[in-house]
Structures are given as structure tokens and as C-alpha cells.
Write a protein that binds this ligand. Sequence first.
Ligand SMILES: [Zn+2]
Length: 161
Amino acid sequence: MNSTSPTYAVNPATACPDPQAARLVATAYDTIRRRYVEGRHQIGAAIIAADGKVYLGIHVEAMVGRFSVCAEMAALAAARLCTNQPLLAVAAVRYPKPSEAGGARIVSPCGGCREVLLDHAPQIQAVVPQGEQGVFAPLHTILPIKYVGTKWGAQLPIQAP
Ligand SMILES: [Zn+2]
């Protein structure tokens, strides 16, 4: 897997051969295109649940940087606010600053998001940049040895009431 993220001049969904990946990327792109604020919100995310419903999130920047919230975490919270359905896939798109060359691009979940997404959706796939394309990767394959504490045991997902 290529570790660099390609840039795209247009909607990065056009770089996704898989129709479901393209749909998720297009939704994440549209979300951040509509809600982008420089220095405040630069990444949009979309998560699809097993029933086909899609949940959105945007990155929320904080003055104290480590308290910023990733778009994937916002989308996970939005999904869990509405459904206990298994979460099948996630995509995130970074919108460029006005001063940057190039267009929006697909971004992989950061390490922290990989951990938390796998805590709540062990089978989830992520759209990741690979060469000039965006492709699905099972999230556990890009975080093969995740942290497992004693809080919940090894079998997930959690069954909500
Ligand atoms: Zn993250």
C-alpha cells in the first residue's frame, strides 16, 4: 500500500472504482465542501451502516490541538446516536486550504481513529488512498495489532439495549 495520499483536482470519488466506496467518498467530499472553514473544519467523513443509512461527521479543530475531534469520530458518534446497526465502511476527505494547490483528497483514518473505529465496528472497512485510487481496506489490516484492554473483553461489537 502506498503511504502517500494522492491529490485530485475534482471530487475524489471519481478515483474510486468500487461504487460503494465512490458513494461514501462523494458524501464525505460533499459534507466538507459545504461545511469547510479554514482552521476549523477541514475533513469530512461518512460511515455507512448495514441498513444502508449513511452518517456524517466533520473534523472539529480545537485551540488546544490535542482536543481536536476527527471527522471519523464525529461520524461514529452520529451513527451511534441513531442506530445499533453494524457499521460497514468509512471514508474521509480532506478539503484543501485556499492557499494550497491541488484538490480534495481521500485520507486514511489516523491511528487513534483506527483504534476507536475497531472498538465499535470490528468489521469496518475504510476507503484508503492507494496509488491514484481510493480503495476499500478492512480496517484491521491497516491496524493489525490493535490495543486490547480489559474494559470490554475481546468480543465486539457491544450490544446496546
Ligand atoms: Zn483520526
